[in-house]
Design a protein around this ligand. Structure first.
Ligand SMILES: Nc1ncnc2c1ncn2[C@@H]1O[C@H](COP(=O)(O)OP(=O)(O)OP(=O)(O)O)[C@@H](O)[C@H]1O
Length: 827
């Protein structure tokens, strides 16, 4: 290929040497030396083509796009223009879709290069793309061989064919040209061909213009992209700048960091130096503070020592003061107690001597003046009164002593408490001072002395108690171990016929009762009445109360506590007031038990402990019944009476014995007994009047201090009615009852009479009745007996009243024990 410049290349779009005629076809543009001379013939062809375009189908590009097969349009074959025919062989080639891109590229290159010719473009395009596209227009198509390549069925190897193409690439289907245009002889150029080229050129131009439009749009897009790219580049630059700045900053920061690290190291170093300095300083300060504290402690210790010594001195002074005052108190107390005891002892001795003297003189007088018994009795009575008064004084004195002892005990307790407090103080101070120790020992010794004094006082009291018991018993013996008292009950409102009963000495001693007997006709034929006077240890008029009665028997109750057997009877006819006196709510039984409880409690201070046991039995028709047992066992359960001769004690087998651990238990016993009596009353009318009921109270006392022991029994007996058999006009069962009652009462009289007989070791008929057998050890010996003779105030009961009073007088005249006392019934 010849080398040509671009203009020349542009002038030869095919890249081939133009045919010889070709220059004549172009019109020279004189204004533009570089402009391409446009061949006029080509212009005409173009015009013709344009003129025929209306009858043409779509442009070749359109066919290129839509008809890749490149088959000829059927209609356009019918009327083909010259240009069409010229173009026809190429149409199918141009229609190949693959060829459009190289063409467009070629056009684009041409546009972009301005004056670059098509030939050059085509040449480059061919040289670069020809191998890939079978239908690409190659330079060979417009070379020496003007025939279309496709029209050659078997293309020989030409001079242009530098390409080593396989033969199959060129085997194309037979075309119309192949049919209509058999292998022509090579020719250079003809008009048709030129026209075809021109048409082709026009098509290319049109395409190029379109491409240029597109190019311009593309260019615009490119410009836009460029603008954006420039902006992006600016941004990139900015980012780079920022990156540089950041890098710079990082570098600055790194350097700053290293600087700070260095500074930190310096600070750490300086801080550690400071810490070391502070530690040293703190240690120094601590040492100083410790030294100061030590000095303060030593100073405080010295001060405390001084204070302790001061307190010790004060306490010592206080202790000494207290000891002194206690010593004085103790000495005063001791002196007082000694004086009182001495005085009491002297008084007691004098009293005892006096009593002894009086008693001796009394005995002497009794022996010497045997014939003046009445006077002797009066003297004895006077002496007894004196002794009683002395005993009362003695009791008062004893109470006063007891109060003093209580005071002394209280003082001792107080002293003991203060001593304990002192001891605690002394322990607290932990003083080993000799003075304190000796003071404490002295105090202790004095306390011991005070305790000893108190103990001695208590011992004295115990002795006094023993003495009192002895004297009390002596007095009771002097009074007589069997005493008789008379009580006349008041008349009820319904009782309109009272007997004439008088009380001659009611204002003085109240020991006499005078009963006016029934009217009798004398030998002279006149009505006479006789008054019977009876003297007893005490006579209670109808107006007297149970409290007064109990006052008289309370000394016997005391004797029971002291260990004596005591028996208190109520004797009299039915309805005379026996039960009222003995078992009513304020009768002798409740009062006696109440006194025993009170006295037993009081004696606990003196070491006495009492056990009390109560039984309640009935003697009916000479059989024993347990009034505290079950009511259904009445008259069925056999009760046995056992005697212990050595202890002089009586026990009841199969009878209930209730431990009396409180005064209220007595009421319980009385209620139970009353219930059983009521049940028994349904069996036998008036049974309670026809039986003897015996309340037995056993008193066992022990003194843990002195080792003394006492066993006493208090028997409170409500005897059956004492009506005489001929008077009661009883029959049958009632007769039997009455006989048994009379028998037992008679036996009681016999026993008392036997006890009062002067014969020593004479037989005492206890076994003659169940009643006397039961009361064996409470009648006689050292026992104390009191009989209340109960008197009805009614005239209707006068005869029975006189009989009862006579019986009572007989008993009253009985002497039991050491002293004998007699009274004589007048009339
Ligand atoms: N001192 C008195 N004061 C008031 N009333 C009394 C007195 N003594 C007895 N009485 C009354 O007289 C009545 C008979 O008394 P009580 O029952 O005690 O006699 P008694 O001798 O026990 O008879 P009995 O032996 O038949 O039981 C009763 O109503 C009683 O209350």
């Amino acid at each position: 290929m010849d080398s040509v410049n671009e203009n020349q290349t542009f002038a030869k779009p095919s890249g081939l040497k133009p045919p010889s005629k070709l220059p004549s076809l172009f019109k020279e543009d004189p204004t533009s030396p570089t402009s391409i001379p446009r061949p006029t013939g080509l212009s005409e062809l173009t015009d013709a083509m344009q003129n025929s375009r209306g009858a043409m189908g779509p442009p070749s590009y359109g066919s290129i796009k839509h008809k890749p097969s490149g088959l000829p349009e059927p209609e356009s074959k019918q009327r083909k223009t010259l240009a069409e025919r010229a173009v026809e062989p190429f149409g199918s080639r141009i229609a190949a879709p693959q060829s459009s891109r190289p063409i467009n590229n070629a056009v684009k290159n041409a546009v972009s290069n301005g004056s670059r010719g098509f030939s050059n473009s085509l040449s480059r395009s061919t040289s670069t793309r020809a191998p890939k596209h079978k239908t690409t227009i190659s330079s060979s198509s417009v070379g020496h061989n003007s025939r279309p390549v496709s029209a050659q069925p078997a293309r020989p190897k030409s001079s242009y064919g530098s390409h080593n193409r396989s033969r199959s690439q060129y085997q194309r289907p037979a075309t119309s040209m192949a049919q209509h245009d058999p292998e022509p002889e090579p020719q250079v150029f003809d008009d048709t061909r030129v026209a075809s080229l021109e048409a082709q050129f026009a098509a290319w131009k049109e395409q190029m213009e379109a491409d240029m439009d597109k190019q311009s749009k593309v260019q615009e897009s490119i410009d836009l992209y460029k603008t954006k790219n420039a902006a992006l580049e600016d941004s990139c630059t900015e980012y780079k700048r920022l990156l540089e700045e950041y890098k710079t900053n990082i570098a600055d920061l790194k350097s700053l960091n290293s600087t700070i690290s260095m500074e930190l190291e310096n600070v750490k170093r300086s801080h550690s130096y400071e810490v070391d300095d502070l530690r040293r300083k703190y240690q120094n300060d601590m040492q100083d503070a410790f030294d100061r504290r030590k000095r303060d402690l030593e100073r405080a210790r010295d001060e405390n020592k001084d204070l302790a010594e001061k307190i010790e001195r004060e306490l010592k002074a206080e202790i000494e003061k207290l000891l002194k005052s206690h010593k004085e108190e103790l000495e005063a107390l001791e002196r007082r107690l000694k004086a009182e005891l001495e005085e009491e002892r002297g008084k007691r001795q004098r009293e005892q001597q006096d009593v002894q003297k009086e008693f001796d003189s009394e005995l002497r007088n009794a022996r010497l003046e045997a014939d003046t018994k009445e006077r002797e009795n009066q003297l004895l009575q006077g002496e007894l009164t004196n002794i009683k008064a002395e005993l009362d004084r003695e009791r008062l004195l004893k109470n006063a002593l007891q109060g003093q002892l209580t005071d002394a005990t209280t003082i001792n307790l107080r002293l003991e408490a203060s001593n304990k407090a002192m001891k605690e103080k002394i322990d607290f101070l932990e003083s080993d001072s000799q003075a304190q120790s000796s003071a404490f020992n002295e105090l202790h010794r004095r306390m011991e002395e005070a305790f000893a004094v108190a103990e001695a006082a208590q011992e004295k009291l115990r002795q006094e108690e023993t003495l009192r018991r002895k004297l009390h018993n002596q007095v009771q013996e002097l009074k007589g171990n069997i005493r008789v008292m008379c009580r006349v009950r008041p008349a009820h409102d319904s009782e309109t016929d009272p007997a004439k009963i008088g009380f001659p000495d009611a204002d003085t001693d109240s020991k006499e009762v005078a009963v006016q007997g029934p009217e009798k006709i004398s030998a002279m034929g006149t009505n006479i009445t006789q008054t019977y006077s009876y003297a007893f240890d005490r006579v209670f008029s109808p107006g007297s109360q149970n409290a007064e009665v109990f006052e008289e028997i309370s000394q016997l109750v005391q004797s029971a506590l002291d260990g004596y057997n005591v028996c208190i009877f109520c004797y009299g006819q039915t309805g005379s007031g026996k039960t009222f006196t003995m078992s009513s709510a304020d009768g002798m039984i409740p009062r006696a038990t109440a006194q025993i409880y009170a006295e037993a409690t009081r004696l606990q201070e003196k070491g006495w402990q009492y056990k009390m046991e109560g039984s309640f039995v009935e003697v009916y028709n000479e059989t024993y019944n347990d009034l505290l047992g079950r009511s259904e066992d009445l008259d069925k359960k056999k009760i046995e009476v056992r005697h212990d001769p050595t202890k002089k004690q009586t026990t009841l087998e199969n009878a209930v014995a209730v431990a009396l651990d409180g005064p209220d238990r007595v009421e319980e016993i009385l209620q139970r007994a009353d219930k059983n009596r009521t049940v028994a009353a349904t069996k036998a009318n008036m049974r309670s009047s026809r039986s003897h009921s015996v309340f037995i109270l056993k008193l066992v006392g022990e003194n843990s201090v002195t080792g003394e022991r006492s066993e006493g029994t208090l028997n409170l007996v409500d005897l059956a009615g004492s009506e005489r058999l001929d008077h009661s006009k009883a029959e049958g069962a009632r007769l039997k009852e009455t006989q048994n009652i009379n028998k037992s009462l008679s036996c009681l009289g016999d026993v008392i009479n036997a006890l009062g007989s002067s014969k020593e070791n004479s037989h005492i008929p206890y076994r003659n009745s169940r009643l006397t057998y039961l009361l064996q050890y409470s009648l006689g010996g050292n026992s104390k007996t009191l009989m209340f003779v109960m008197v009805s105030p009614l005239q209707a009961h006068l005869q029975e009243t006189i009989t009862s009073l006579k019986f009572a007088t007989k008993v009253h005249n009985t002497h039991i024990g050491t002293a004998k006392k007699q009274t004589k019934a007048s009339g």
